[in-house]
Unconditional design. Structure first.
Length: 367
């Protein structure tokens, strides 16, 4: 099968996702991928046919680039010469609608966020994004989501259920190659990812005030790019926080996860998350809130703890339980790693994805 993947965000979690799926699908299939020109190509196996395009990560800049007709002629010529059996858009992007019109073949879209997060974009851009995404959802032949809750979100937008297929998010065990064997675990609690309002950092800061009354030897690391300033006034125990407010490269990602005792996702809303597979890859238990499809990949009391959103007391209690019980924490980390290997393997996900390409994916659909 000739598979054309399209992933027009070339940094962070999206390119990690795209490269791991491409490499898995490339075992036995002819795979090409269209990615932004600024992408690090080292993520991809050498047998993947790569087409680099100018695709700015900003949606507004992308809109301006629509007028570059010469770039789209080159893109059309590449797609036409490759002659794919299927085009799989690995994320939502304004360019997808144009690319889909360039050639007639089966089209698939992976929808990571059926409902846009609070505070993600200004109203004008949000309205454009929603209209554009809805058009994409309507036009493709199949839609892949990473959880049953996301399936429900799409059906509530009048997307036919028979068009939607649920396939888990894959593992990020490749981060292990960046971690040295001499990195030792210390008493740190890790929040990792973009700093956004829906991530619930406010409740982690409130939880720390409770934790401080029962524990002394710990640090909370908040690592990721975004606007941290709204939370500065809420941090009273400055000596208990380590703030790394910038883009984190892969080597430092591995360092942060390996040295931490546990990983916290205190989100007030969510779809799914690539942070959990990274935590599992480093045998770290997670403390998560019951939002979106997050809880579908966490086994409560086995691979971590699931607590209600916006509940700092419950969040603090779960963190303290893991801080104070090394045996429980280590066992949960081992369970997490085992779950990742058995249920989140990219080879398994590639098999399920190929079933969707071949119209055999209906058994994955949630009734």
């Amino acid at each position: 099968m000739r598979i054309l993947l399209v992933s027009l965000y070339g940094r962070g979690g999206m390119i990690h996702y795209a490269s791991q799926l491409a490499n898995a699908l490339g075992k036995g299939n002819d795979v090409a991928i269209i990615i932004p020109s600024y992408t690090d190509l080292n993520y991809f196996d050498t047998n993947i046919d790569i087409k680099l395009v100018r695709a700015p990560p900003s949606i507004i800049l992308s809109l301006l680039y629509f007028f570059n007709i010469f770039a789209f002629v080159k893109l059309y010529n590449f797609i036409k010469s490759y002659d794919p059996d299927v085009i799989h858009f690995l994320n939502e992007h304004p360019y997808n609608n144009i690319i889909r019109r360039m050639i007639k073949c089966k089209s698939i879209l992976t929808c990571h966020d059926p409902v846009q997060h609070t505070g993600e974009r200004n109203k004008l851009v949000m309205n454009f994004f929603n209209v554009n995404e809805f058009y994409q959802l309507k036009r493709v032949d199949k839609i892949i989501v990473h959880g049953k809750t996301l399936f429900k979100d799409l059906t509530e937008q009048n997307i036919p259920p028979e068009k939607i297929v649920v396939i888990p998010h894959g593992d990020y065990s490749f981060f292990g190659k960046f971690a040295g064997s001499d990195i030792e675990e210390n008493n740190t609690i890790l929040f990792f990812g973009r700093i956004k309002p829906y991530k619930g950092i406010k409740y982690l800061i409130e939880a720390e005030k409770i934790i401080s009354k029962a524990a002394k030897d710990y640090k909370i690391i908040i690592a990721g790019e975004g606007d941290i300033t709204p939370y500065n006034k809420d941090i009273t125990n400055n000596d208990k926080f380590i703030i790394i407010n910038r883009y984190i490269d892969d080597t430092e990602v591995a360092l942060l996860f390996k040295q931490s005792m546990l990983v916290v996702l205190p989100y007030i809303e969510a779809s799914q998350s690539g942070i959990i597979p990274i935590a599992y890859a480093f045998k770290k238990p997670v403390v998560v809130t019951d939002v979106g499809s997050i809880s579908e990949v966490v086994e409560d009391n086995k691979t971590g703890f699931i607590v209600p959103p916006e509940d700092s007391i419950a969040l603090a209690a779960a963190i303290l339980t893991l801080l104070n019980n090394d045996e429980l924490r280590i066992n949960m980390g081992e369970n997490a790693y085992k779950k990742m290997k058995e249920e989140m393997s990219w080879d398994k996900i590639a098999i399920d994805t190929l079933k969707v390409y071949n119209e055999e994916g209906n058994d994955q659909t949630i009734p």
